[in-house]
Design a protein around this ligand. Structure first.
Ligand SMILES: Nc1ncnc2c1ncn2[C@@H]1O[C@H](COP(=O)(O)OP(=O)(O)O)[C@@H](O)[C@H]1O
Ligand SMILES: [Mg+2]
Length: 293
């Protein structure tokens, strides 16, 4: 019957309308807010995940938030260093960034990975601008103290000058985790560290770290021990107790750094799940681990 059609359609639309309405308070709450997102690892592995990430970020921008993307190199750096036959050296188990490797890191991070993310955001409808630490003096770096080991051009953040990002407010900034010192020398910096410092310098409301696990586990061998919400003090205790290893160490150090410097909340979320950024921001329960001061 002819008048059945609109009725059925209206019923179909109801759940979609609910989803949009659920997003409304979050759109209002985060209007104009800066949200720093560390992108990398698992979420960079497949074309589908890359596209879904770009659409999430574009949506945030188009509803009036200010997402800032920070990224590392992912597996591309090792891949190209193999291809070019660069010798990989380790000192006390840590990878050394010598001069040829630093040149490659810049080429891959700034020339390839950064531009790919910018292109994906363009496709998703949010014009983006790619930057490295030397653009506008954004990330002033110096050599990281390696202790006994000389790790070459591995740097730490000395200062952030956010003025260039303020000028780019119509665009989504995409920042490669490369810093520069006063002499023009580039340094490879951990992207989690850069995201934490950038969030602090920008007075971000949130910092979101995409990773390759569900979130932070109290006991890494027990998947049931996922922490869905905790305070800064709990997180410090967890780190001090040695419950955190490998790549989670710089990530949680960045979380602590950001929260100590006024960032409202930090989230460690699963980058393997499509649209995890949207789930985190637009739903009551969120996803992954939420840390507040
Ligand atoms: N307590 C913990 N909770 C969650 N992950 C942990 C913990 N301790 C160590 N990890 C490790 O940290 C890894 C995430 O960091 P990393 O390998 O640098 O990936 P990414 O930089 O893509 O986030 C996880 O895959 C896991 O092996
Ligand atoms: Mg990592």
């Amino acid at each position: 019957m002819a008048d059945d059609a609109p009725t059925t359609r209206r019923e179909d639309l109801q759940p979609r309308v609910e989803v949009l309405l659920e997003a409304l308070p979050y759109i209002r709450q985060f209007a104009g807010a800066t949200i720093v997102i560390k992108y990398g690892g698992a979420a960079m592995t497949s074309p589908e995940l890359k596209a879904s990430f770009a659409r999430d970020v574009a949506l945030l921008k188009l509803v009036g938030m200010n997402p800032v993307v920070v990224h590392g190199g992912g597996p591309d750096i090792s891949r190209y260093s193999d291809r070019l036959g660069l010798e990989v050296r380790f000192e006390r188990g840590l990878r050394v960034t010598d001069a040829p490797t630093m040149e490659l890191v810049k080429m891959v991070l700034v020339g390839k990975v950064n531009k790919e993310i910018v292109a994906q955001l363009h496709v998703a409808g949010a014009p983006a601008v790619g930057l490295a630490g030397d653009d506008g003096g954004l990330i002033l770096a110096d050599k990281a103290p390696g202790g006994e080991a000389d790790l070459g051009f591995v740097g730490r953040v000395k200062a952030i000058d956010p003025r260039v990002l303020e000028r780019l407010s119509d665009f989504v900034p995409v920042v490669a985790s490369v810093g520069v010192d006063e002499s023009g020398q580039s340094y490879n910096i951990n992207a989690d560290t850069v995201a934490g410092r950038l969030a602090a310098a920008l007075g971000a409301r949130k910092a979101i770290f995409l990773t390759d696990v569900e979130g932070v586990y109290r006991d890494f061998v027990d998947p049931a021990s996922l922490i869905s919400e905790c305070r800064l003090g709990d997180l410090r205790a967890l780190v001090d107790a040695g419950a955190v290893g490998t790549g989670m160490i710089p990530k949680l150090a960045a979380v602590i750094d950001a929260l100590e410097h006024g960032v409202g909340a930090a989230h460690i979320i699963d980058g393997r799940v499509p649209h995890s950024v949207l789930v985190e921001i637009f739903t009551e329960t969120g996803i992954g681990t939420k840390v507040t001061a």
